[in-house]
Design a protein around this ligand. Structure first.
Ligand code: PGA
Length: 258
């Protein structure tokens, strides 16, 4: 029997907002405003996600119901349940209507000492619960200055992804640590270089399927630079912190795809 050819389509971009530790219940007005703006579009050429702090997830899932906005978590524990004070499981996020979970954000790697191995386990926990896991990687300024960017990314990808991951359940986010919240970004050429490197590593590991992964850029994405950054090769969307907090700014970034 002839082998069936598997063709991998170019991935649909994802524009994801990471609210970090910002936003009380009143922030639902931003979700409403965003949903309203998106409802005016016939066709949305990208997926749209907001990851609020855990206490507001359930409320914002209700707020976003029937709209094009998806809601996700910012972190999860590796276990389903148990004696882990202060932690939240992927199943709990799924239970309240989250669709995605961010894992291995550099702030968690730095603040909570998260290793690549732990990040891989958290991403797998997301999959177990039926969530799409957004796995973050990125070099520090010292690593970039030392010319180690690509080797750092290679090691993070190797350790933070499991062999059974696939483009349907996993998104990669490249976020240079020095660009997060600083207003500084790599040039489009530098972004393209790292994203193309990530693509090659994904194809080397997952074969043709590696082309199906969405690889987001994150770090000081704003309405004013989104179009340029999103045009870099192998960039399939953005992970946005500060500029995701208001519907106006976030829509300005989504507009890069309109
Ligand atoms: P920033 O954050 O857009 O505020 O730089 C990005 C992130 O940390 O995801």
């Amino acid at each position: 029997m002839a082998a069936r050819k598997t063709t991998v389509r170019a991935p649909k971009p994802l524009v994801a907002g990471n609210w970090k530790m910002n936003g009380l219940r009143g922030a639902k007005k931003e979700i409403n405003a965003l949903a309203k703006k998106l409802s005016k579009l016939d066709r949305l050429p990208c997926d749209v996600l907001i990851c609020p702090p855990t206490p507001t997830i359930a409320l914002l899932v209700e707020t976003a119901k029937g709209s094009k906005v998806r809601i996700g978590g910012q972190d999860c524990h590796t276990q389903v349940s148990g004696a882990h004070t202060g932690d939240v499981s992927a199943e709990m996020l799924k239970d309240v209507g989250a669709k995605y979970v961010i894992v291995g954000h550099s702030e968690r790697r730095a603040d909570h000492g998260e290793t690549n191995a732990l990040v891989a386990q958290k991403a797998a926990a997301g999959h177990r619960a039926g969530l799409i896991s957004i796995v973050c990687v990125g070099e520090t300024e010292a690593e970039r200055d030392a010319g180690k960017t690509l080797s750092v990314i290679t090691a993070q990808l190797k350790g933070s992804l499991g062999d059974d991951f696939d483009p349907k359940n996993t998104v990669i986010a490249y976020e240079p640590v020095w660009a997060i919240g600083t207003g500084r970004t790599p040039t489009t050429a530098e972004v393209g270089q790292v994203h193309t490197h990530i693509r090659k590593r994904l194809v080397a590991r997952f074969g043709e399927q590696g082309n199906g992964y969405r690889v987001l850029y994150g770090g000081s994405v704003k309405p004013t630079n989104a179009e340029e950054l999103m045009a870099a090769p192998n960039v399939n969307g953005a992970l946005v912190g500060g500029a995701s907090l208001t519907a106006a700014d976030f829509y300005g970034i989504i507009s890069a795809y309109l």
